[in-house]
Design a protein around this ligand. Structure first.
Ligand SMILES: *Cc1c(COP(=O)(O)O)cnc(C)c1O
Length: 343
């Protein structure tokens, strides 16, 4: 049976089924809908798992709900580092359980995400310019204030929670050939791959990241976790390292992902336009990378029914409007050239 064996805990399909029971009714069983545009493009049925429909606008609610439900009685509160969506999930789940939450983020996290977290009553700390800086701050709070730290991707309960997406997708469509998963720290891809491959070993699970600062892709290539430089990206949710002391998500991705693919900022820009103009769906950059990989030709067209996870919708609407109208977008010191959809 596939699983990742460590001295601490062996994560298996049973943990993912358990998570499914724990979060039922709190993190939504989201729709799986066909994309006529992508199906036409691929010449195969292409489905979208709409995690952007979660109450917090992203799938991270699943892992956060499961992790917080499994905290021991008497926990003082929780802390986490986040590129935005994990913090929102933790803030929401902590509030539901009456716990204090502190969310540590770097200055790269977009304003819209920070505001969404504050609105849920969490204490927000902006420190440094990378996810690594934010992680250090959350660990300091763990020591100083006795808060339980919930990793965005390297926590067995978080991974099991994200893995419930794999259960839902395969229950709805046991005939799937391929699942395309946006990849950052690998909690999502690791959880989905563990679930899907245990149920259906021949299914393909492919992780997709942006081509600058793709921490898991580089770590898999090196055979161990490596540091990457974090830069501004349309896929801001996919930024940050996997942790040099990674315990779970690296091994899961190494053992269960069939491949990883990288896409450019221009590919992401075009895929956001395609999803909006063709399927009328608002999604953040990090959630369209599967579509970007196919439309750009960086990933070959699949040979059977395929699904991708539309992981979130939490983006700045000024940026969204600029992209939809074909304007140039400035990302740090780099400009993404605007283009009109279909031109
Ligand atoms: C966190 C996140 C991802 C990547 O999840 P990992 O578990 O870190 O790989 C993808 N898309 C969105 C919108 C996210 O918030």
């Amino acid at each position: 049976m596939p699983g990742v064996c460590l001295w601490r805990m062996t994560l298996t399909l049973a943990d993912i089924f358990k998570a499914q029971k724990t979060i039922a009714g709190t993190a939504t069983d989201t729709p799986l809908v066909p994309s006529p545009f992508m199906s036409e493009f691929c010449g195969q049925e292409f489905l979208l798992k709409l995690e952007n429909m979660q109450p917090i606008g992203a799938f991270k609610l699943r892992g956060a709900m499961n992790a917080i439900a499994n905290l021991p009685e008497g926990t003082a509160g929780v802390a986490c580092c986040s590129t935005g969506n994990h913090g929102r999930g933790v803030a929401y789940a902590a509030r539901a359980r009456g716990l204090k939450a502190v969310v540590c983020m770097s200055s790269l996290v977009p304003r819209a995400k920070v505001d969404g977290i504050r609105a849920l009553g969490a204490d927000v700390r902006i420190t440094g310019t990378s996810q690594t800086d934010a992680l250090a701050e959350s660990r300091r709070l763990q020591a100083a204030e006795g808060l339980a730290v919930i990793s965005p991707f390297d926590d067995p309960f978080v991974i099991a929670g994200q893995g419930t997406i794999g259960l839902e997708v395969l229950a709805a469509r046991p005939d799937l050939d391929t699942i395309l998963v946006p990849l950052s720290g690998g909690g999502l891809a690791g959880g989905i791959a563990l679930a899907a491959k245990t149920i259906k070993p021949e299914i393909r699970v492919i992780g997709i990241s942006m081509d600058r600062g793709a921490a898991m892709h580089e770590s898999l290539a090196a055979g161990h976790p490596v540091e990457v430089t974090e830069v501004a990206s349309l896929a801001d949710s996919l930024g940050g390292g996997i942790g040099m002391d990674n315990e779970y998500s690296f091994a899961l991705c190494r053992d269960h992902l069939d491949d990883t693919v990288l896409v450019t900022e221009e590919d992401i820009y075009a895929a956001m336009q395609a999803l909006y103009y063709e399927d009328r769906i608002v999604a953040e950059g990090g959630s369209v990378v599967g579509i970007a990989a196919l439309l750009s030709g960086k990933l070959d067209k699949p040979k059977g029914p395929t699904a991708t996870i539309v992981t979130g919708r939490n983006l700045d609407m000024g940026l969204f409007t600029a992209i939809m109208t074909g304007e140039d977008v400035q990302l740090g010191d780099r400009k993404v050239r605007g283009r009109r959809h279909g031109s």
